[in-house]
Ligand binder design. Structure first.
Ligand SMILES: *Cc1c(COP(=O)(O)O)cnc(C)c1O
Length: 273
């Protein structure tokens, strides 16, 4: 970063609009209450999906004095990398969007506080993330142990051609590849986006959603085939329109954007800093 920049990597000098910060904090609190109302005694991770929203929005939620939020999700590798360079290293970044194989290694290598990549759907992408995280760990002279990068395998639960993700019956082999061939990665579980139409239908907490059922059944089967406990593989499912239903159906992690940050601008109009 050039010397004339005001913004440091801790977000110092970043302008926060107090009125905007207040709205964001209230929105997040409201979502947290809705999560708490359905999760029972289970732990559910809430990822605030900040794609196409300014870095100052993220800082407003991360620097909250009593309830700092840590988990933020982004869809574009370049945007995630830029924001991570402007914001505190205490943020846990989640790459949740479609991955390009050639961007996987640089992402894992340049963002030390990248906590998770939720959208792995080929062995090539897993291998590239493995290379990137290995390079990072070696550069810093660290032990692999705690620095393993969490990855989720994205499953195409809706069967739609246009959706990325592996087929349910190919999931075990990709999971095996990650476990056997990628020592710098940690298989955290499975993720689905699901069909938009179904998520609209399932906005009541009790409505059964076929994508959620499929992801859960796939997880149970994969765990059996891998010989691990079901609970060791988390389920990442549920967004603004259906996160309560997802939690009721076993989700361990929800990804909520619009309900916290409001409608997103078109990508070409987005101002991220
Ligand atoms: C954008 C996005 C979300 C958040 O969607 P909202 O409907 O705004 O909550 C969740 N997951 C993925 C993979 C996304 O791309």
């Amino acid at each position: 970063m050039s010397g004339g920049e005001e913004q440091g990597s801790e977000g110092e000098g970043m302008r926060i609009d107090p009125a905007r910060a207040k709205v964001l904090v209230e929105n997040l609190q409201h979502v947290t209450q809705r999560v708490d109302a359905v999760r029972g005694s289970r732990k559910v991770r809430l990822i605030a999906v900040s794609k196409l929203k300014p870095a100052s929005d993220i800082l407003s939620l991360h620097h909250h004095p009593s309830h700092p939020h840590h988990d933020f999700g982004e869809n574009y590798t370049d945007e995630l990398t830029t924001k991570s360079s402007l914001l505190p290293p205490t943020i846990r970044w989640h790459m949740i969007g479609g991955l390009q194989t050639n961007k996987c290694k640089p992402l894992a290598e340049t963002v030390p506080n990248l906590f998770s990549v939720s959208s792995v759907d080929t062995a090539k992408k897993a291998d590239a993330l493995e290379k990137g995280r290995k390079a990072l760990v070696e550069k810093r002279g660290e032990e692999v142990g705690e620095k393993r990068l969490r990855v989720l395998v994205q499953v195409n639960t809706s069967g739609e051609e246009s959706k990325s993700g592996v087929e349910p019956n190919e999931t075990t082999s990709l999971c095996k590849h990650i476990i056997d061939k990628c020592p710098h990665l940690r298989l955290g579980g499975l993720m689905t986006i699901g069909a938009i139409a179904r998520s609209k239908e399932s906005s009541s907490p009790d409505a059964l959603n076929e994508d959620f059922v499929t992801l859960r059944e796939t997880r149970d089967r994969v765990a059996g085939e891998l010989g691990v406990e079901k609970e060791s593989l988390e389920l990442s499912m549920g967004m603004s329109s259906d996160f309560e239903a997802a939690i009721t159906q076993g989700s361990d992690e929800v990804r909520v954007g619009t309900t916290i940050f409001g409608e997103r601008p078109a990508k070409k109009d987005a101002k991220i800093q």
